[in-house]
Write a protein that binds this ligand. Structure first.
Ligand SMILES: Cc1ncc(COP(=O)(O)O)c(C=O)c1O
Length: 388
């Protein structure tokens, strides 16, 4: 008999599965449950974008593309970044990946040597730490605070830098807190990094979804641009999660090395998706506005509803999540969410799924219908009534 446990890589065996999954497994067994758990748009990809994908199939574009992606797509991505965010990347500085997820993995794998430290502000999206571990690096988590609007502060950053620090992850706009970094925050971070060799991985997958002010990228800060790998993608801005397409931009010598990993592991991102993405970047600005306005309405509805129920909640400035405080009821975040799901049939995610600092919080995704949000709020009111 093979002892598979023994055969498996220690790195893989000790990796914890994502804390989000458990709730979907319970949810799957329930009828009439509402999910405000999953982090994806509730829109279907706009028709003209889907049509471009369909048309590419009709035209017979069913082969691999070049490793870096269609040159037309890289050219329109370059135009898009200039138009929307005043970012200057030539098409040669951009390559197309399987979602932002692959881009994040490539950045980490191409930069991290065994023992290198990677600073990861938490609470944040679940993938950074595990991918660092898989690259034999050491994730160094920094707990961001509600009183600092969940921003990574210059002081917090300075305190964790060591001679082994290789990379800083900037996960803003943030999943799950909705925090953003503004120009001043980035300039303060630039000051801390000045004179070091620390690289930055900026996950800007929610760049198009900010409320009240435009997203600022570290690449808009001249002192940070030379050390930043920018990751973006199509999933959130264009409601294209299933198309699995993203991209990465950054200094050419690093991109060149990253492309080798992509070449050997992936070959090229999905061809149909790349054709659809050309249409998205060229003619999708209006769709983004429409969807963002709709998320913004729901953001206001949920925030008011949570505050009316007496919960403390940071007003999210980006993405489509809210991170209210649910400590103080004598339940851990996990117990709170498990009981809420079992008793009221609403799935939300415990803050602890997003790392240290998440205890006492829950993530609610408001990319769900107004009706679902209203029902969830009413059920939350009933649930809290029983806890109080
Ligand atoms: C912060 C963040 N980064 C990256 C991703 C992955 O996105 P993609 O679908 O482009 O792989 C997600 C998905 O939830 C996310 O929330």
């Amino acid at each position: 008999m093979m002892d598979y446990e023994k055969l498996l890589s220690k790195n893989v065996r000790t990796l914890q599965p994502s804390g989000i999954r458990k709730f979907f497994d319970i949810l799957d067994t329930m009828k009439d449950a509402i999910s405000l758990g999953i982090g994806e748009p509730d829109f279907v990809t706009p028709w003209h974008i889907r049509e471009a994908g369909v048309y590419s199939l009709e035209q017979g574009h069913t082969k691999y593309t070049s490793n870096a992606g269609l040159s037309r797509l890289r050219a329109v991505a370059s135009e898009y970044l200039a138009r929307r965010f005043e970012l200057t990347f030539s098409p040669e500085d951009i390559f197309i990946t399987v979602g932002g997820s692959e881009a994040i993995d490539l950045c980490i794998r191409s930069l991290v040597d065994p023992g290198d430290e990677v600073i990861v502000p938490v609470p944040s999206f679940v993938c950074y730490g595990p991918l660092v571990t898989m690259a034999c690096g050491v994730p160094v988590y920094v707990e961001t605070k509600a009183e600092n609007e969940f921003k990574l502060t210059a002081e917090e950053l300075r305190a964790v830098i060591t001679p082994r620090t290789k990379l800083l992850v900037l996960p803003y706009p943030n999943n799950p807190t909705g925090a953003i970094l503004e120009r001043g925050d980035l300039e303060a971070i630039a000051e801390v990094l000045k004179g070091t060799d620390i690289m930055v991985l900026s996950d800007e997958i929610y760049a198009e979804l900010t409320y009240g002010q435009k997203h600022v990228s570290p690449c808009n800060i001249p002192e940070l641009k030379e050390r930043t790998m920018l990751v973006n993608g199509f999933s959130k801005a264009y409601a294209m999660t299933g198309w699995r397409l993203g991209y990465v931009c950054g200094p050419r010598p690093i991109m060149k090395q990253m492309l080798k990993i992509h070449q050997y592991g992936i070959m090229s991102a999905p061809t149909t998706s790349q054709y659809a993405a050309i249409e998205a970047l060229k003619n999708g600005d209006g769709d983004i506005e429409t969807m963002r306005e709709s998320y913004n309405k729901r953001r206001k509805l949920l925030l008011k509803g949570l505050r009316d129920l007496g919960l403390t909640c940071f007003e999210p400035r980006g993405a489509f999540y809210m991170f209210p405080k649910i400590g103080g009821f004598g339940l851990s975040s996990d117990e709170f969410c498990t009981r809420f799901l079992q008793e009221e049939k609403v799935a939300i995610i415990p803050g602890t799924a997003f790392g240290q600092g998440g205890e006492g919080f829950t993530r609610i995704c408001y990319a769900s219908s107004v009706e679902n949000i209203e029902t969830a709020l009413s059920r939350l009111g009933d649930f809290l009534g029983r806890l109080r």
